[in-house]
Design a binder for this molecule. Structure first.
Ligand code: AMP
Length: 191
């Protein structure tokens, strides 16, 4: 199986690229952000619990992620593996993911980081706000999400680097160009 983590700050293009990679390699695309947005839209108990956290740009507590992930993964066992988009976001989540994969004798194959500068991220996210109207895409919340990424998520770079699983891909260019760069790295590792 191929288990990929697509890593990067908000606005780096993780969602756009994950969907394409999932299609190309027959992987299940698991986006915790999409799952939360759907729970909020359907006003489920989980959705009601996490809405204000997400609207502020904070992270949902780690202990709420593990069951969610297990359910999402169990739904897609027929494919070649998974691409995780927006997960893990903390060291605890990375350890939980390792444990979960271990249950079926699996592990993270590769972590791909999309690198985009802050100025470009802000431009992209404000643009997305105009198109999609996401509540967490206001300038103030975006600034907080970038800060949260720096403090809570970026320590994962070292975590995966130590395991020799971390690769950086330049995240600026056309969707197809960036996809090409990502696939080249994946093909070099999985073949
Ligand atoms: P995203 O669409 O991945 O940018 O996620 C949107 C928001 O959902 C984030 O800003 C967090 O509030 C929440 N979220 C998504 N994934 C996670 C995660 N793995 N851990 C904690 N919070 C998350």
């Amino acid at each position: 199986m191929i288990n990929l983590v697509l890593f990067g700050p908000p606005g780096a293009g993780k969602g756009t690229q994950s969907i394409r990679i999932a299609g190309q390699y027959h992987l299940a695309h698991i986006s915790t952000g999409d799952i939360f947005r759907s729970e909020i839209k359907n006003e489920t108990p989980l959705g009601l619990k996490v809405r204000s956290i997400i609207e502020k740009g904070e992270l949902v507590p780690d202990e709420l992620l593990i069951d969610l992930l297990r359910t999402a993964m169990n739904r897609h066992t027929e494919l070649n593996g998974f691409i995780f988009d927006g997960f893990p976001r903390t060291l605890r989540q990375a350890a939980d993911l390792d444990d979960l994969l271990k249950e079926t004798g699996e592990k993270v194959t590769l972590t791909l980081a999309l690198e985009v500068d802050d100025q470009e991220l802000m431009t992209r996210l404000l643009n997305r706000a105009r198109i999609e109207g996401r509540k967490d895409d206001t300038e103030q919340v975006i600034a907080n999400r970038l800060k949260v990424y720096q403090t809570q998520t970026s320590p994962l770079i070292e975590y995966y680097k130590r395991q020799g699983k971390f690769r950086v891909v330049h995240g600026k260019g056309s969707v197809e160009e960036i996809l090409g760069r990502l696939c080249k790295v994946i093909d070099g590792v999985v073949e």
